[in-house]
Design a protein around this ligand. Structure first.
Ligand SMILES: [Cu+2]
Length: 208
């Protein structure tokens, strides 16, 4: 009798644990449907390319070293500029986007500073400068890669500027943007890019 009760109890506990485990997974956007969607994106070999006109608002952000930076001032450079959106706790698309940046930095060898790589967090409540700094270290980011956080409102102003809307941070497209020499003109790249892809795109854009 006691044994039976103990067995029941352990089964209930197990069920409870499994259930809460699922809840956690769902909250992390890893439920079956979402996951296959992510998987499909990750397996996508190519990327889509289009040339767009964007008016990027000048908002004050904070970089991964805690410095206040004006978005407009940061992008007002003769260097090639690439922008993407990510968040530190993402386990699907963002690490791959970051690996694309890292792959490009590897190809640039000791000239990583010649291309300005910007990542804007879409989870500013969690991604403090310190969190972003650790994220950058984890990927062994080199000079030239700047990660930005700011207020939710300002982050949304930037995503809106790039005609991008992340209804849910868990469900976002793998986007990179390359600034063209002409004012407000950008190449929008949807998909995963390797370092070689980036260099090809930068050359096509005439910025490198
Ligand atoms: Cu992500």
């Amino acid at each position: 009798m006691y044994l039976k009760k103990a067995l029941w109890l352990s089964i209930s506990v197990l069920t409870l644990l499994t259930f809460s485990g699922c809840m956690k997974h769902d909250m992390a956007g890893m439920s079956g449907a979402d996951h296959s969607k992510h998987q499909a994106m990750m397996n996508k070999k190519n990327y889509d390319r289009s040339v767009e006109t964007y008016q990027i608002p000048d908002v004050m952000m904070t970089d991964h070293e805690g410095r206040k930076v004006s978005m407009a001032e940061l992008m007002d450079t003769d260097k090639p500029v690439v922008v993407n959106f990510l968040y530190a706790t993402c386990t699907t698309i963002c690490p791959l986007l970051s690996m694309g940046y890292i792959d490009l930095q590897r190809d640039l060898k000791d000239k990583t500073e010649e291309v300005l790589l910007i990542s804007v967090t879409i989870d500013p409540e969690h991604d403090s400068p310190e969190v972003l700094n650790n994220y950058r270290k984890r990927f062994n980011g080199k000079p030239g890669w700047v990660l930005l956080t700011g207020s939710r409102l300002d982050v949304e102003k930037i995503t809106k500027g790039f005609n991008t809307f992340f209804a849910d941070k868990m469900d976002h497209e793998p986007l990179n943007f390359i600034k063209l020499p002409a004012k407000n003109r950008w190449v929008r790249l949807n998909g995963m890019l390797s370092g070689a892809d980036f260099i090809h795109e930068l050359e096509m854009a005439g910025v490198r």
